[in-house]
Design a protein around this ligand. Sequence first.
Ligand code: CO8
Length: 257
Amino acid sequence: MSHQTILVEKKGNIGIIQLNRPKVLNAINRLMVDEIVEQMEAFDRDPDIRVIVLRGNDRAFAAGADIEEMMNDTPISFELRDPFAVWDKMMLIKKPLIASVNGYALGGGFELALHCDLIIAAEDAKFGFPEVKLGVLPGAGGTQYLTKLMGRTKAIEWLWLGEPMTAQEAAHYGIVNRIVHPKLVEEETMRFAERLSKQPPISLRLIKEAVNKAVDSPLREGLQLERKNFYLAFDSKDQKEGMNAFVEKRAPHFKGE
Ligand code: CO8
């Protein structure tokens, strides 16, 4: 399938989506969100793919929503088009999603990275929510994700001032998983993705569901889901393989069955 705003590539079991509007620092227009999510869903269904990587280019992961496209929107145009319904679909992707961030991850670009399970970032990457400077606020989950990750005190300061945070600050607050030299971001991302691609896919998927449940439900509900998923894992061939390999003192080979 040909795309206008993204490039798509498969490397072994890893599906890569590259944001591709370099002239506007990968500003996210409506078509781009549609194409990203359609491709994520296609990789999620593809039995050969085990991990999905989302990346930008050296200058920017994405510098936010496309301001020119958005500037004439009205409450009614938003209501009728329902632009965030497609963002919600991202939360249903079951395979691991890794954001690989060089340069700017601002506004909707930061929100896109926060919709991923893991973020690998360059030491000089810049994360932030500058929406306040445009007289608006984040709309694709930024206020919620940031507050849950770093707590109210720091989140409200960042959202009110709209200044970018460094990758080191983002790592300090548990927002990014790894920071590396800008030239090593791709290598580190692929290394991490390959490592995950060798883990048992059904376990990864059940863990993702249970961890996401922990974020926004009472402990008891989360514990019940974790227990159900734990039982479910025992119906997989990978559970037999993993435990047999342990007692036979050999490396396991997981097939996602
Ligand atoms: N939208 C549209 N165009 C953009 C955007 C953007 N978000 N960011 C950069 N561009 C364009 C610039 O207009 C410029 O175009 P041109 O060459 O034609 O003048 C080109 O990209 C290069 O940008 P700069 O010349 O400004 O590059 P600098 O290195 O000087 O500055 C910055 C880089 C600091 C990143 C600067 O471009 C900037 O401040 N960008 C805007 C950042 C911003 O405000 N982001 C938030 C947008 S609002 C938002 O994300 C709301 C999310 C709502 C939910 C998501 C729905 C999809």
